[in-house]
Design a binder for this molecule. Structure first.
Ligand SMILES: [Zn+2]
Ligand SMILES: [Zn+2]
Length: 101
């Protein structure tokens, strides 16, 4: 893996954890409480259940180099996919207000 492919900052895992912490490990779209990174998930969960309870950080402008708070959203994997599947170029100001942590 070449380093130049990685547009995320060096402290991305720290950064994203802070943002998730601020959001109380809840998805900002559907409100689902996800599992903190490092916390154990129930052993009897399937792979997809585990995946569904992982919180992800989304960049509204799809640019991982732009990590200002109003460009980031904390989303569960389902909601994260929702935004990526919509394939809309621009973001309405209404969506951005979701981001006020
Ligand atoms: Zn969600
Ligand atoms: Zn995303």
């Amino acid at each position: 893996m070449s380093k130049s492919d990685n547009r995320y900052p060096d402290n991305w895992s720290e950064l994203s954890n802070n943002i998730k912490e601020l959001a109380n490990w809840q998805c900002q779209r559907c409100g689902k409480v996800c599992i903190k990174s490092g916390d154990k998930m129930p052993d009897n969960w399937t792979k997809s259940q585990r995946h569904a309870h992982k919180l992800q950080v989304h960049h509204w402008d799809r640019n991982p180099e732009n990590n200002s708070t109003n460009n980031l959203a904390v989303l569960c994997s389902g909601c994260h996919l929702f935004y990526h599947n919509r394939r809309r170029g621009n973001i309405s100001p209404g969506q951005l207000s979701l981001l006020e942590l």
